[in-house]
Design a protein around this ligand. Structure first.
Ligand SMILES: CC(C)(COP(=O)(O)OP(=O)(O)OC[C@H]1O[C@@H](n2cnc3c(N)ncnc32)[C@H](O)[C@@H]1OP(=O)(O)O)[C@@H](O)C(=O)NCCC(=O)NCCS
Length: 152
């Protein structure tokens, strides 16, 4: 069973390890510390655990009526078991509850698995940021999902 909680200081060792496993341009520990502060003050960043073990995390930013999915990662041992889908769906639900009209994100243009996940949840490509990932000379696809407000 997947259990989600707000990102907390006590998650940071595992989250930073998983970030380094997943991304060549990994966020720093300091970047995650900022997200812990934000999560404690009305932000929305979550960890997912299965049997107590860190399975994934999602970092998001809410700016006026826009929701930005800043980071999403699932431990390789827990992939293709619905963790990413669950976290993404909960983020979109939160965005609707907060009255957001749109959610957006950037994804590597070659990251077919993530792009499939986002498309399945209503995200569409809206633009390309050329050479956004400079180390690998790779483009970012900007994807947006237009939201209808969910009645509480
Ligand atoms: C992308 C990522 C978050 C997906 O997490 P996940 O928990 O494995 O995803 P789910 O099991 O919830 O998959 C849901 C659906 O998304 C699609 N999907 C997910 N991973 C996929 C892959 N590697 N290839 C093809 N489709 C994929 C499938 O449609 C899948 O449904 P299915 O398993 O019933 O076919 C995970 O692979 C990951 O952490 N990758 C490395 C970090 C990363 O790329 N993050 C995104 C940055 S924008």
């Amino acid at each position: 069973m997947i259990e989600e909680q707000a990102l907390a200081e006590s998650d940071l060792d595992e989250v930073v390890d998983l970030e380094r496993t997943c991304f060549s341009d990994a966020w720093s520990r300091e970047a995650f510390e900022d997200e812990v502060d934000r999560a404690a003050h009305g932000g929305y960043s979550r960890v997912a655990r299965i049997g107590g073990e860190l399975a994934g995390y999602l970092i998001s930013w809410f700016i006026y009526d826009e929701a930005h999915l800043a980071n999403l990662a699932v431990d390789p041992r827990w992939r293709r078991q619905g963790v990413g889908r669950t976290m993404l769906q909960d983020f979109l639900r939160e965005a609707r509850l907060r009255g957001c009209s749109v959610a957006h994100l950037e994804v590597r243009a070659t990251n077919d698995g993530a792009i499939d996940l986002y498309r399945a949840h209503g995200f569409q490509p809206v633009s390309v940021r050329k050479n956004y990932y400079q180390r690998e000379h790779e483009d970012a696809l900007v994807m947006a999902c237009f939201l209808r407000r969910e009645e509480e």
